[in-house]
Design a protein around this ligand. Structure first.
Ligand code: GAP
Length: 548
């Protein structure tokens, strides 16, 4: 908590994202809406390229005839696109209706709401009075915030700050309240003027609720925006098996919006209320599921590296047994060292979970709970299932082994927005390049992988005369058939390079005096800054090859 973050770097990334049209606050002209973000012209391309890369590498481009490295055997992949609103029973049997909540805490004085597990505090004393001073800030903002809060709580002027004695380091409020070393009566809330204004923690379900149909009011028309795309895949498991001739082992991939009414959205797009997920549910034989779990964990790790994420900033973290969900046999998170986190801290990009037969059985039999190590249907007070399943048979008959079983599921579940944020943070660099006169000038550059870069190439006539624009426009049109290209004739060529560096464009082609005589252009590389002469007639094929 008290270690410094790279906040100034993060601030610059957020500012670049806004200035260059990657990411805007939703409904900004009305003051914005917390936890909702819009992708601007460059951002929408970056996010689309990321989702396309995932879809291609995991689903559409998958070769079901070959055994990928590390996989136990060849397998098939199929795609889906399911609805955001589904039958309410889906969420009752999946467990989201009863269990998908966070603990929140309110302040009676400031009327602010906080996530209980996000609050930290430390004991302070002043002239015999003791307070547990609570902050909702994290990283290097937390300690200074407690100092400001303590001055307010004790009614002490800033010039007398040394009169306050600190009796402990920062501790989690939830942990100290559970351990009964702090009572809420002693706690000074993050925005309160006096102690004892924080309410007891309460559960808060994160699903957004809506109503179906014109007549609202009855409990039967209550519905939910999906908090994950995964359930749509389980709903269609049987449809896909029956219609597409896939055989276990196989996977179903889906990309789509999910919604969570997060209590405290924060850290730019990292924790949003509306976001996109890229999820695979991989169905396999129970006896082979541990091997498939390892395969997907390692495969997904390599995917982020293949798109250029810095390995030293990534972490693969296996969950401890006590962290696992009640149904999970194993889970690993792929995490990234985001600049808004303190050194040594990582934020989750993707979880790869071994879910056993929990999901398919829940939707057959009803909501399951673990009792004495077994998954059993949870009973209501009347002895009947608490949430009734569909009653449909979701087991699978393997024609080769002549066995019937409920497939086990491995779930690699990634967030598209978090991945975009990680790639943006990783790509952000500040360095120095020589200007047109050879003098060093500082530049901001996004070193995005060419597959992810919103624009692949910019075409720049050195001057707006001597036939250079005509050659440049002709080349731009030839390129645009194959890749996102940009034509720019405004400003000095140095300024035009700088604009493309900030947008993350890997290559610039400059048409100059030599082009008129020998038919070559300058190909400038964003990262190495090399400038090579390439024949105009060959440059389109050359860049297409590089993108392949
Ligand atoms: N079906 C499993 C599932 O949804 P999860 O860990 O809750 O698992 C998967 O979510 C991924 O979705 C996370 O690793 C993260 O990348 C993304 N995600 C979850 N909540 C998010 C939020 N509030 N804002 C942005 N991305 C989020």
């Amino acid at each position: 908590m008290d270690k410094p973050t790279d906040q100034s770097r993060m601030d610059k990334i957020v500012s670049l994202a806004k200035r260059r049209g990657f990411i805007f606050q939703s409904s900004e002209i009305y003051g914005g809406l917390n936890g909702f973000w819009d992708y601007g012209p460059l951002g929408v391309s970056l996010k689309r390229n990321l989702k396309d890369a995932w879809w291609h590498d995991m689903v559409a481009g998958h070769d079901e005839l070959a055994t990928p490295p590390g996989a136990p055997q060849p397998y098939e992949m199929a795609g889906l696109d399911c609805t955001i609103i589904m039958h309410p029973q889906v969420w009752k049997c999946s467990g989201h209706f009863d269990l998908f909540h966070d603990w929140m805490i309110d302040c009676r004085e400031s009327k602010k709401r906080y996530r209980f597990d996000h609050l930290h505090g430390r004991w302070a004393s002043h002239r015999g009075k003791k307070l547990f001073v609570v902050t909702d800030q994290s990283g290097d903002d937390a300690l200074p915030h407690t100092v400001t809060r303590a001055l307010k709580g004790f009614g002490v002027r800033a010039s007398k700050v040394e009169e306050i004695e600190w009796l402990s380091g920062l501790e989690s409020l939830a942990t100290t309240v559970h351990a009964q070393t702090v009572t809420l009566a002693d706690a000074l809330g993050p925005d309160a003027g006096e102690p004892g204004t924080l309410t007891q923690p309460r559960e808060f379900n994160l699903m957004f609720e809506t109503r179906i149909g014109a007549v609202a009011g009855d409990d039967d028309d209550r519905a939910f925006l999906r908090p994950e795309t995964a359930q749509g895949i389980f709903m269609n498991f049987k449809n896909v098996v029956d219609t597409s001739r896939v055989k276990v082992p196989f996977g179903i991939g889906q990309i789509g919006k999910s919604f969570r009414n997060e209590i405290t959205p924060r850290n730019f797009t990292f924790r949003s209320r509306e976001f996109e997920q890229m999820e695979i549910e991989f169905f396999c034989k129970p006896s082979e599921s541990a091997d498939w779990y390892r395969y997907w964990r390692d495969r997904r790790w390599r995917w982020y590296l293949s798109l250029g994420l810095t390995e030293g900033k990534l972490q693969l973290r296996e969950h401890h047994p006590e962290e696992l969900s009640h149904y999970s046999v194993g889970t690993a998170d792929i995490e990234y060292a985001f600049p808004f986190l303190a050194p040594g801290e990582f934020g989750e990009l993707e979880g790869i979970a071994h879910r056993g037969d929990f999901d398919l059985r829940s939707h057959m039999e009803g909501k399951l709970v673990r009792q004495d190590g077994q998954l059993v249907v949870e009973q209501g007070p009347d002895g009947k299932p608490r949430h009734r399943g569909s009653g449909k048979d979701l087991s699978y008959f393997d024609e080769i082994s002549r066995e019937r079983f409920v497939p086990h599921v491995i779930e690699p579940s990634a967030g598209a927005d978090r991945a975009v944020l990680a790639f943006l943070c990783d790509a952000y660099h500040e360095d120095e390049v020589p200007d047109e006169d050879g003098k060093p000038r500082s530049r901001t550059v996004l070193k995005l992988h060419p597959r992810l870069a919103p624009l692949k190439v910019a075409v720049l006539p050195l001057v707006k005369k001597d036939g250079m624009p005509e050659i440049a426009i002709d080349l731009y049109r030839k390129l645009k058939v194959h890749m996102p290209a940009y034509y720019d004739e405004k400003g000095s060529v140095g300024r035009r390079y700088a604009r493309q560096d900030e947008a993350g464009t890997p290559w610039c082609l400059t048409i100059d005096g030599r082009t008129l005589t020998d038919g070559t252009v300058t190909l400038r590389d964003r990262d190495s800054l090399t400038q090579d002469r390439v024949a105009v007639a060959e440059v389109v094929d050359m860049l297409r090859d590089r993108l392949r």
